[in-house]
Design a protein around this ligand. Structure first.
Ligand code: FE2
Length: 377
């Protein structure tokens, strides 16, 4: 497949794609006078250790209100006011989201995560320091989305912080994702799959989001199995990064829908990995939309190249089966069942309102219970 990227890149972003692109970019960074703030994870630190920086933040969990406030305090103490600031985010979705939030805070004179949420709701903040995003996982598409997730672990909820203008250099280099463990490859691949499918039935879908989702599905479908059975296959890793990027392009426009909305408390309260949590209700949400709102899966049929909801369910079920999804969700099934009353009231976030068929709490309960029953045995 030939990668035609025109039309998919936001005016505030540039994209470099292919093996060795991160090494090439590093050379020009070494000649720059900017101050670098590096944000990465323990497993990715080795890709970035040779860049001189003002501050290296090695994170191991999703951004939360408290963590962001701590990071911001540490960074504010050491940055110089004279040099231009560049953030380098090399890692998974949490690393990139953390960089995006900190860049927004630094550039818009915001002093706390609460203030960032408030200003974001007024749609007034933009990225004023460049963020170089090098994703290590093929999943969230965080490198291109204008929003970042920040978790309120205490209350089991999450907020979205939105930049009304982005300033990114995106580098998709398969070398960075080649040693990704199987568990994370599966979980992040599932996130991409859900993002792509949800974007096709979202009420906000348009021509551009649908064309990104269709191409994203094509790449995902061709490579997801291979990337699990041949994890060091550079070509598959590269194409998965591309699929994930396209899932980010599509949800930047359409946003996600009911599967993501239901997933949030599963992740924040029960620590179910994001992609695994989203995929739990995927089949039941397809059935729900097909039953409740005629024609709502028309775009999905086109993107997945099927003719009916029955065939769509079969196709997606077999993709999940090939990924051994049952094994991924099994350790959490009992825990979710036990906590269902606690989780339910938190499942209908704003993302649910993008779903074509309106879901009530009773609907969500049925969707969740049917999904759990299916994966239990
Ligand atoms: Fe997601």
């Amino acid at each position: 497949m030939k990668k035609d990227l025109s039309g998919f890149i936001d005016s505030g972003a540039t994209l470099k794609f292919g093996l060795g692109k991160w090494n090439d970019a590093k050379k020009s960074l070494l000649e720059s006078n900017n101050d670098f703030i590096i944000i990465t994870s323990k497993s990715c630190k080795r890709f970035i250790s040779d860049i001189p920086s003002r501050y290296i933040l090695v994170i191991n969990e999703e951004p939360s209100l408290k963590l962001i406030d701590n990071y911001f305090y540490e960074i504010s103490k050491i940055i110089s006011k004279t040099n231009e600031l560049t953030f380098i985010a090399l890692g998974g979705g949490s690393v990139i989201d953390t960089a995006k939030i900190l860049s927004l805070m630094m550039g818009n004179n915001i002093k706390s995560s609460d203030e960032a949420i408030e200003k974001s709701s007024e749609n007034k903040i933009s990225e004023k320091s460049k963020i170089i995003c090098i994703p290590s996982t093929a999943g969230t598409g965080a490198e291109i989305t204008p929003f970042s997730t920040i978790w309120d672990k205490k209350n089991g909820s999450k907020y979205s912080i939105l930049a009304n203008k982005i300033d990114r250099e995106i580098i998709l280099d398969p070398e960075i994702s080649i040693s990704l463990p199987e568990e994370i490859t599966i979980s992040t691949g599932l996130d991409s799959l859900c993002q792509i499918l949800e974007s096709t039935w979202s009420k906000k879908a348009n021509k551009k989001s649908l064309s990104a989702a269709s191409l994203g599905f094509e790449y995902l479908n061709k490579n997801l199995n291979n990337v699990i059975s041949n994890p060091s296959d550079i070509k598959s890793r590269q194409d998965m990064l591309f699929a994930s990027f396209l899932s980010g392009v599509s949800i930047s426009i359409s946003n996600t829908t009911l599967c993501h909305s239901i997933s949030y408390p599963l992740t924040s309260i029960l620590n179910v990995p994001h992609g695994v949590a989203c995929a739990l209700t995927l089949i039941e949400v397809i059935k729900f939309n097909s039953f409740k709102k005629e024609g709502s899966l028309k775009n999905t049929f086109q993107a997945v190249n099927v003719k009916s909801s029955e065939i769509l369910v079969k196709k997606i079920s077999s993709m999940l089966e090939n990924l051994n999804y049952k094994d991924a969700i099994k350790p959490f099934v009992e825990k979710i069942e036990k906590n269902i009353e606690k989780i339910l009231p938190l499942t209908l976030s704003s993302r649910a309102s993008n779903n074509p068929a309106t879901a009530t709490l009773n609907d969500v309960e049925e969707i969740l219970k049917n999904s759990l029953n299916f994966y239990k045995y």
